[in-house]
Ligand binder design. Structure first.
Ligand code: SF4
Length: 219
């Protein structure tokens, strides 16, 4: 953790990695979801590298904003942040035929699988034995779907396991919002892919709400 970064009154019980592991690869989807988790890990002095790999995010300027916000907070805390590829063509290939699936359906399973398989590969190739993801802290997500995908991806390698810690408990969900407001993180209004943007705007239209204007809303 950066010497300049102060964790005042941090209250979550100290965390410990399973199996006495001494370092963690943390797949991160965005700054708002990762803020509380990064603070919890920093407060517990767990050596951590953040891995930003999210080729689902559309379009590219939205991807760049989310990545830069995430990197900004990592730098502030003193965590290394790895910039994974934006291999969106492979992402579109992977979810082909599932364009009209609802959120939390089969398209999301494929999306998680792709992101976690690459995280597991990076862990395997770079001396990590365990990885986790920030995705499960969001109440919009199905935690079982995320954990199943994480374990499935880890099982591809004998030396890798997935840490399915429940980040929502012990006040994690509310601190996620508190930290987002304190840090004035960019506030995305759809999950990430072009289909979630379409479906969120469709819902807004049906409920007499304005369309999403990307890139302008901050906590
Ligand atoms: S809705 Fe979110 S999790 Fe599901 S496919 Fe789109 S970006 Fe991935």
């Amino acid at each position: 953790m950066s010497e300049k970064y102060k964790l005042d009154n941090y209250k979550r019980p100290e965390l410990q990695l399973p199996n006495n592991e001494d370092k963690l690869l943390l797949h991160s989807c965005c700054a708002p979801c990762s803020g509380e988790i990064i603070e919890a890990i920093a407060a517990s002095n767990i050596k951590t590298t953040v891995y930003f790999y999210n080729p689902n995010i559309h379009p590219i300027d939205e991807y760049e904003i989310r990545k830069d916000e995430n990197r900004r907070f990592c730098e502030k805390v003193g965590f290394e942040c790895i910039d994974g590829d934006y291999d969106k063509d492979n992402w579109f290939e992977r979810v082909k035929g599932l364009e009209d699936e609802p959120e939390r359906g089969e398209r999301c399973t494929k999306c998680f699988d792709m992101r976690f398989e690459r995280s597991a590969l990076f862990a395997h190739e770079n001396g990590f034995n365990i990885f986790a993801t920030t995705l499960g802290i969001s109440r919009w997500k199905d935690m079982n779907q995320i954990n199943d995908s994480g374990h499935r991806s880890a099982a591809r390698y004998e030396d890798i396991s997935f840490w399915d810690f429940n980040w929502r408990k012990d006040g994690g969900s509310s601190r996620m919002i508190e930290i987002s407001k304190r840090e004035h993180f960019y506030q995305q209004e759809y999950c990430g892919c072009v289909y979630s943007l379409r479906d969120t705007n469709r819902w807004r239209r049906q409920n007499n709400k304005d369309r999403i204007i990307r890139g302008v809303k901050f906590y």
